[in-house]
Design a binder for this molecule. Structure first.
Ligand code: ADP
Ligand code: MG
Length: 430
């Protein structure tokens, strides 16, 4: 039994390797079989393979020789369907894995639903939301949340979990097709208890992959196994994705991660600065949060730049210095256009741009149209006349009236104000 041998090997290695070496690398090895004094094992990534080969293979082979006799060795291969197990929370190991855990995920309006549903899936896999479909723009924390689910579930001993990108799924599938190992591939995938696929939009336009994924999905779903899918767009918006997949994908819960709102950006900066042991003043944090608006990844990038600059120059960080340091990455935003506003508002209210622009007077369209006019006034450089022209040649007093109505309503209805602010943020980062 490879598992038994491997357990013995691990317990012998405990005294000889550090907690990090064991937790991050060795425990990620999955024993597959023993043949002729060779233990064959699988690891989840090429990085694992290299780290183990370069630093740890000798030590492991030493233990195997004690157990199997001289000449024993470990033969590793990469199998991306294996997720790295999370190990007991010893400090080193915890540090290595919690960067993408729930603990380090900062919650705000724009991601709280996504976070709550990810938590729910991690607590009750296969029960409440199946599949969970998470989508949103680049650098907003989708992979972070998906990884947090995987890590949290990996703490349960007998659960078979795989997290991989749709591209890795496709590559494994192609390899299986080429080597005639398609049945083994199917068996392997369908034995999983949890399948998490990142960047599922990669399947767009790839019919053979979609076909195979459709069957994988059905087999796992019918067996009550948890499926989590991550994408840059909602299922219906992924073009060249078969209708039957779109409808499967939205048959559970679909949640969006939106662009982080200002308070969340500030909270993320504070949390990351604290993690780096970096003293960031509120004033500078607010300034950065007001200039870097469209993704968390960019916020992190800005912070790292500031930290590096301060450590090199030993200057203390004020807004002036921050401005200097970040100048190369802060593009002056290109001017927004009335058409951009119309597209964003139409998308949000699920209307066609023509409906907003042209004269239809239905009440359903009146509010979205007024919001679009308001945003065109506040978020672009267009004059009242230019905006009026962009809305089918109305009178400019119509635009002024719309702006007043939206302003009044903002004061009366906090939810409406939030909606308008979200649209404004979307425009600012378009
Ligand atoms: P996506 O997959 O949506 O493109 P990632 O999950 O890779 O984005 O996130 C980009 C970076 O931003 C990562 O370093 C991630 O840890 C960080 N990040 C995103 N959202 C949050 C958040 N709410 N709290 C803390 N870090 C976050
Ligand atoms: Mg990602």
């Amino acid at each position: 039994m490879p598992q038994v041998l491997w357990q013995q090997t691990l317990s012998q290695l405990k005294g000889r390797l550090s907690a990090t070496e064991l937790g991050c690398w060795v425990q990620a090895i999955h024993p597959v079989e023993i043949r002729e004094r060779r233990l064959y094992g699988e690891v989840p990534s090429v990085m694992h393979l290299e780290q183990i080969r370069n630093r740890l293979q000798g030590e492991i082979a030493g233990v195997l020789e004690e157990l199997l006799g001289s000449g024993a060795e470990l033969v590793l291969s990469v199998n991306r369907l294996r997720v790295q197990p999370v190990v007991d929370p010893r400090p080193a190991a915890a540090e290595a894995t919690s960067r993408y855990g729930f603990e380090s995920f900062v919650i705000g309006e724009s991601n709280s639903l996504a976070h709550a549903s990810a938590r729910e899936v991690a607590n009750h896999p296969g029960v409440t939301y199946n599949p969970l479909f998470l989508y949103g723009g680049v650098g907003l924390g989708k992979t972070h949340l998906a990884t947090a689910i995987a890590q949290s579930l990996a703490k349960r001993p007998r659960l078979r979990i795989a997290m991989l990108s749709a591209e890795a799924f496709a590559n494994d599938l192609i390899r299986a097709l080429l080597t005639g190992a398609i049945d083994a591939f199917r068996v392997r995938v369908r034995q999983l208890d949890v399948l998490i696929v990142d960047d599922i939009q990669f399947l767009a336009g790839k019919e053979r992959m979609q076909e195979e994924f459709f069957h994988t999905f059905n087999a796992l779903h019918a067996a009550g196994k948890q499926i989590v899918l991550v994408s840059d767009q909602a299922p219906r918006s992924i073009s060249n994705l078969e209708e039957r997949l779109q409808s499967r994908f939205e048959s559970g819960l679909t949640t969006e991660i939106r662009i982080p709102e200002a308070p969340l950006r500030l909270a993320i900066l504070a949390s990351k600065a604290k993690g780096l042991g970096f003293d960031l003043s509120l004033e500078v944090a607010q300034w950065v949060a007001s200039r870097v608006v469209s993704s968390v990844r960019e916020l992190e990038g800005a912070l790292h730049r500031l930290v590096a600059a301060c450590r090199c120059s030993r200057r203390s960080l004020d807004v002036g210095f921050a401005r200097e340091v970040l100048r190369p990455i802060l593009r002056t935003p290109p001017a927004r256009t009335v058409e951009q506003v119309q597209r964003i508002v139409a998308e949000r209210f699920q209307l066609r741009v023509e409906d907003l622009v042209h004269r239809a007077r239905t009440t359903r369209i009146r509010l979205p149209r007024q919001v679009a006019m308001y945003l065109a006034r506040k978020g672009t450089k267009a004059t009242y006349e230019e905006i009026a022209a962009g809305f089918g040649g109305r009178d400019h007093s119509t635009i002024m009236h719309a702006v007043k109505c939206v302003e009044a309503r903002r004061h009366e209805e906090p939810e409406f104000a939030v909606l308008v602010d979200q649209l404004a943020e979307k425009l600012a980062s378009a």
